[in-house]
Design a protein. Structure first.
Length: 143
C-alpha cells in the first residue's frame, strides 16, 4: 500500500453503526470487509447477515488491499461538491478476496489508454473530512 494522499474534494461519508468498523479500519490505513465464518466468503457492502448463506456469524477482516479493475467511467463534468475542472475515474474493482466495490482510481491519467480492464490496483487512502476514504491506484505506481 502506498503513502496516504492528503485530501480529495467532495462529500464526507457519515459512518453508521453498521459501517463504523469499515471506517475505523480505514483510519488505521487498512481496508477491511466482512467475512462469513459459516461459508468462508468475504462480502461487501456491510450488512449483518451473509448475502451468500444468510448466516449471522460474520466478522471484519483486513484485506490485502489488492484489486483488479472491472469497469470504470471517466466523469469529465463532476457535480459539486467535486471540482468540475478535475475528471474523476469512478470504478468498479474486484478485491483479491472476491468482493467488488465502487471506488475512485487515482494516480493515473483519466484516459482509457491508461486504464485497461484487469489492471492490477492497490488501495491507498485520502482524507475526506474526518474519515480516510479508500481509493485505488495502479499497483505499479504503489511499488
Amino acid at each position: 500500500m502506498s503513502e496516504e494522499r492528503t485530501t480529495m474534494s467532495g462529500f464526507e461519508p457519515t459512518p453508521t453503526p453498521e459501517t463504523a468498523p469499515f471506517w475505523d479500519a480505514t483510519s488505521r490505513g487498512e481496508l477491511a470487509v466482512q467475512f462469513c465464518t459459516a461459508c468462508a466468503r468475504y462480502y461487501f457492502y456491510p450488512r449483518p447477515q451473509c448475502p451468500n448463506c444468510g448466516s449471522v456469524h460474520v466478522e471484519w477482516r483486513a484485506t490485502t488491499g489488492r484489486a483488479r479493475l472491472v469497469s470504470y467511467v471517466i466523469n469529465y463534468r463532476p457535480l459539486p461538491p467535486f471540482d468540475p475542472r478535475t475528471p474523476l475515474i469512478v470504478a468498479l474493482v474486484e478485491l483479491a478476496e472476491g468482493p467488488r466495490m465502487m471506488t475512485n482510481i487515482v494516480g493515473v491519467a483519466p484516459d482509457p489508454d491508461h486504464l485497461p480492464l484487469d489492471l492490477e490496483l492497490s488501495v491507498t487512502f485520502v482524507a475526506q473530512g474526518a474519515v480516510q476514504l479508500p481509493v485505488f491506484e495502479p499497483a505499479a505506481a504503489a511499488a
